[in-house]
Design a protein around this ligand. Structure first.
Ligand code: SF4
Ligand code: SF4
Length: 106
């Protein structure tokens, strides 16, 4: 079965995505520096995720149709830990007019 996330992307356009500065490439991590903004001396945020209408700068494609993470191999830990089918997933999908994943997939 196809990965439902490839036809969604709602979580990449709903929440602030914050992570430890150690995950930045400039600090020996993998997240490209140019796609992050400084929050504190210890925390960075994916660019675009704190806008009034959030959308991560790394997200490509059309939300709810076909999307991809432009830095999938290098995405930060919150993205790796986010669970498809979780309450947060359903909440993000609802925000973008998409039915809960649990209704159709799980
Ligand atoms: S909101 Fe859920 S289904 Fe959509 S991309 Fe994120 S984890 Fe996948
Ligand atoms: S880094 Fe990738 S997976 Fe994480 S919020 Fe941005 S587009 Fe989504």
């Amino acid at each position: 079965m196809a990965d439902p996330c490839l036809a969604c992307g709602a979580c990449c356009a709903s929440f602030r995505v914050d992570f430890a500065v150690e995950e930045l490439a400039c600090n020996g991590g993998q997240v490209p520096d140019g796609l992050a903004v400084e929050v504190t001396a210890f925390t960075s945020r994916m660019r675009g995720t704190d806008h009034a209408r959030p959308r991560c700068a790394a997200l490509t494609g059309q939300l709810g149709q076909r999307v991809a993470c432009g830095i999938y191999e290098w995405r930060p830990s919150p993205c790796r830990e986010f669970q498809a089918g979780s309450n947060a997933c359903d909440s993000a999908r609802a925000r973008h007019g998409l039915a809960p994943l649990s209704d159709s997939m799980l």
